[in-house]
Design a protein around this ligand. Structure first.
Ligand SMILES: [Zn+2]
Length: 393
């Protein structure tokens, strides 16, 4: 519970500016001693600083604290199948700099790694203008080993296996480096600066090129035996369906992911079923992406709308299965594909309500992430900040 307590306390200071120990204890419903210990640690680590005193009702002068905005900056790197997003934030989570690199399909591992390093160097240089970098987080899809800092495999990036990200980036930043899965990084961001700050049992669905999920139970991330939980994209929605990137058949990702939507759109465009998509791709069918499909759907293209609605239906089914299993209080929909808007999200919500048990659905709050495409990068930076905020014992 310690990391949740720290995260909640920092969020409280971010929202309220200054606060006393008893303000925090009362607002968060936490035991006074727990709050005092956590605030002392944050003060010792330099993240919180004294900010004067205030007289309490009992006449005692209580110490006020606030976040030390100049304590240091944090870097977040999100490496996806289609992009690298790098951001630099200060201790208040204000974004100071942002760099984006689009990954073209089939780009080699070596070039991707070199771009990642180049973005890390640029953000480190940018940070020098304000404060030192206290920590850096990098997230990738697929399986990671946070202890060794290794990205084990990312099925949606061709040839990406056993990439030792911590070692690779060590030359470009001297700050402690944390490696996490992209969907879990999005979960961290939602929990820290998003809409589920006060929830303990929630799911964050990350719908992008692939589909992943961060699961929180009792306020902590549920990691599974070897940190491989949350693979909702590889739950089966079409028995004996198409072959998935994971090697199995009929996974959610084969019918409802950025990758699947792009492939279906290309096939349909080849058959001449969408003039808007052909225009967006300037005639080059192989470049049609899920983002193009979202644009086309919102321009009224019937085929694009049909593809997104079908994908949303499958996502809703997989999500209903997960919700029935774990009874979360909140589900947050995030990731790049949510940019498609109501056309996709309404069909997710419809299928979710149709397939979730009525009693469980009544208790569920469904929302869309407000963090946009930067969610996982922000979460990676937050992860580094959270690790720096905890006692080192
Ligand atoms: Zn699969």
């Amino acid at each position: 519970m310690r990391s949740q307590t720290t995260a909640l306390i920092l969020s409280h200071f971010r929202e309220h500016g200054t606060a006393t120990r008893s303000d925090v204890s009362a607002a968060l419903g936490l035991h006074a001693k727990t709050v005092a210990n956590a605030i002392n640690t944050l003060r010792d680590n330099g993240l919180l600083v004294p900010a004067g005193r205030r007289k309490s009702d009992a006449g005692r002068r209580q110490e006020l604290f606030s976040i030390n905005g100049s304590h240091g900056n944090y870097m977040g790197l999100d490496l996806g199948a289609t992009h690298i997003i790098g951001i630099l934030v200060d201790a208040n989570c204000s974004v100071l700099d942002r760099v984006v690199f689009d990954i073209r399909p089939g780009l080699g591992v070596e070039i991707i790694v070199s771009q990642l390093k180049s973005i890390a160097r640029r953000l480190a240089a940018s940070s020098q203008r304000t404060a030192v970098i206290r920590g850096a987080g990098v997230c990738v899809p697929g399986f990671v080993d946070p202890r060794s800092g290794m990205s084990i495999v990312a099925e949606n990036i061709v040839g990406w296996r056993n990439v030792h990200l911590r070692e690779i980036l060590a030359a470009d930043t001297t700050a402690p480096l944390f490696v996490e899965d992209s969907s879990r990084a999005l979960g961290v961001a939602e929990r820290w600066v998003g809409s589920v700050r006060h929830a303990s049992d929630f799911m964050v669905l990350d719908i992008g090129y692939g589909v992943g999920m961060a699961i929180y139970t009792g306020g902590e991330l549920y990691g599974g035996t070897n940190h491989k939980s949350g693979e909702i994209g590889h739950t089966v929605v079409v028995p004996d369906g198409g072959v998935c990137a994971c090697g199995k058949r009929g996974c959610l990702e084969t019918v409802a992911s950025g990758r699947a939507i792009a492939l279906d759109a290309r096939a349909a465009a080849r058959e001449g079923r969408s003039s808007i998509l052909m225009d967006l791709a300037q005639g080059d069918v192989d470049t049609i992406s899920a983002a193009d499909v979202s644009v086309a759907a919102n321009m009224g293209d019937p085929l694009a709308g049909e593809l997104l609605r079908a994908a949303g239906g499958y996502i809703g089914i997989a999500l209903a299965n997960a919700v029935n299993l774990l009874n979360p209080s909140h589900v947050v929909l995030g990731g790049g594909l949510t940019n498609a808007g109501a056309i996709l999200l309404d069909s997710v919500s419809e299928a979710l309500s149709l397939h979730t048990m009525t009693e469980i659905f009544k208790e569920l709050q469904l929302s869309v992430s407000g963090l946009g495409v930067d969610g996982s990068a922000i979460g990676s930076a937050m992860l580094a900040m959270l690790s720096a905020s905890l006692p080192t014992d």
